[in-house]
Design a protein around this ligand. Structure first.
Ligand SMILES: Nc1ncnc2c1ncn2[C@@H]1O[C@H](COP(=O)(O)OP(=O)(O)OP(=O)(O)O)[C@@H](O)[C@H]1O
Ligand SMILES: [Mg+2]
Length: 329
C-alpha cells in the first residue's frame, strides 16, 4: 500500500498540481489510486478534477460526516472516478468547520463516557475510517491526500492516517526556511502523535533558468538529509493548462490543451498545443517521481514504461528501469 500526504508548510508550492500529477502517474503504473481532498478552498484538487458537484450543499453527505462517524449514506457513494481513472473523495465546505464540529463531538462523547478531553484521540479519526471501518487497503494500491496546511486537525489526521510525506518546495528564500521547518515539524508530529512519520522525498518545483534557482536546486539535490529524486522546472503554461483540461499534465500534453486569445477572448481547447521536448521531459520526471515513491519508498512492483500517446503526433515511450527512451514512433 502506497500512502502519502503531499505536504508543504507554505502555500502555493504547487501541492495540488503535484498531487494530481503524482496520482495520475501512479494510476498509469497500474496502481488503483485514490486521492482525498481535504482543502475546502477554491482552486483545490476537486475543482482541478471537475468533481464534487455537491461540495457547497450543507445537506449532502461528505467526508466530514464520515470522519466524525455520523454518515448520511454509504461511504462508497462519496467516491467519484475522474476521466483519467483516478478515484477522488472530493472536498466539501464542511471541511472548513471541521474543528468546531470535532469539538462538539468531543464534548458529547467525553461527557457520555468518563473521559477527559485530552484523552480523546482527535487525530486518529481518519485513520479509523480509512483502514478500520472502510478497509481501503483492500480496494486501493495507493492513496494520496492534498491537505490544507493551515487546518491543523485535518492535517494531523491525514498524517496520522498515511504516515509518509512528499514535500514540494519552491526554490525561493522561503524554500529553505520551509525545509528547516519540515524536519522540525516531522519531529513534533512524531512526539505528539506517537508515531513514525517518514519524509519520502523533497521535490524542488518551479525551478527556473536563473542562477539563483539552479543553485537552490543543486543544494536540494546534494543534501544527504533527504531524497530528491527529481526536480520540476518552471512549467507555468503546462501546469496552468491542467485547470482547463480538468486533469493532469499528462492529459494536457496528450490531448494538446492550450489557452490562447481568439477574438479578444481567452479560450482553452484541446488539439492546439505544440509538442515541446521540455514538457515531455517534465512528464518523464513526474513519472520518475511516482516510480521512486512506489518502488523505493514502498517497494511496490509497477509498470516501468511511460507511454505518452500524443493526439495527432508521435508516440513516446520511456522505460525507467532502463533509464532511456525506448521508441519514438
Ligand atoms: N512547476 C510549475 N511551474 C510553474 N507554475 C506551476 C508549476 N506547478 C504548478 N504551477 C501553477 O502554480 C499555481 C499554484 O499551484 P497549486 O494550486 O498546485 O499550489 P498549492 O500549493 O496547491 O496552493 P495552495 O497552498 O493555495 O493550496 C497554479 O496556477 C499552477 O498551475
Ligand atoms: Mg492547493
Amino acid at each position: 500500500m502506497i500512502t502519502a500526504v503531499v505536504y508543504s508548510e507554505s502555500g502555493g508550492t504547487y501541492k495540488t498540481t503535484m498531487t494530481a500529477n503524482l496520482a495520475v502517474a501512479l494510476q498509469r503504473m497500474g496502481l488503483r489510486t485514490l486521492v482525498i481532498d481535504l482543502d475546502p478552498q477554491e482552486g483545490n484538487l476537486t475543482s482541478l478534477f471537475d468533481a464534487g458537484a455537491s461540495r457547497s450543499d450543507p445537506d449532502a453527505d461528505n467526508l466530514v460526516k464520515h470522519v466524525l462517524d455520523m454518515p448520511d449514506g454509504p461511504f462508497e457513494e462519496l467516491i467519484e472516478t475522474t476521466a483519467e481513472g483516478v478515484d477522488i473523495i472530493p472536498s466539501h465546505d464542511m471541511l472548513g468547520d471541521f474543528t468546531s464540529n470535532l469539538e462538539q463531538k468531543i464534548s458529547y462523547e467525553t461527557g457520555m463516557q468518563n473521559m477527559s478531553r485530552e484523552e480523546y484521540p482527535r487525530f486518529e479519526l481518519l485513520y479509523d475510517l480509512l483502514w478500520e471501518r472502510e478497509e481501503l487497503h483492500k480496494q486501493y494500491d495507493a492513496i494520496l491526500i492534498d491537505p490544507n496546511a493551515r487546518a491543523e486537525d485535518l492535517l494531523y489526521n491525514a498524517i496520522f492516517a498515511l504516515r509518509t510525506l512528499v514535500a514540494p518546495v519552491k526554490p525561493a528564500g522561503k524554500g529553505n526556511l520551509s525545509l528547516d521547518g519540515l524536519g522540525e515539524l516531522v519531529g513534533n508530529m512524531e512526539t505528539q502523535l506517537d508515531i513514525e512519520v517518514g519524509l519520502a522525498c523533497v521535490v524542488p518545483s518551479g525551478v527556473g533558468q536563473t542562477n539563483a534557482h539552479q543553485q537552490y536546486r543543486d543544494q536540494f539535490e546534494s543534501t544527504p538529509e533527504f531524497a530528491t529524486p527529481v526536480s520540476i522546472g518552471d512549467r507555468e503554461s503546462l501546469m496552468d493548462a491542467m485547470w482547463e483540461a480538468r486533469g493532469s499534465a499528462f492529459k494536457v500534453v496528450e490531448e494538446r490543451w492550450k489557452t490562447f486569445e481568439r477574438d479578444g477572448e481567452m479560450v482553452s481547447e484541446p488539439g492546439q498545443r505544440r509538442v515541446r521536448d521540455r514538457e515531455i521531459e517534465t512528464l518523464r520526471k513526474l513519472y520518475e517521481l511516482a516510480y521512486f515513491l512506489a518502488t523505493e519508498t514502498f517497494d511496490a512492483e509497477v509498470e516501468p514504461v511511460l507511454d505518452i500517446d500524443v493526439r495527432d503526433d508521435e508516440r513516446r515511450q520511456f522505460d525507467l528501469s532502463e533509464e532511456q527512451e525506448v521508441t519514438t514512433a
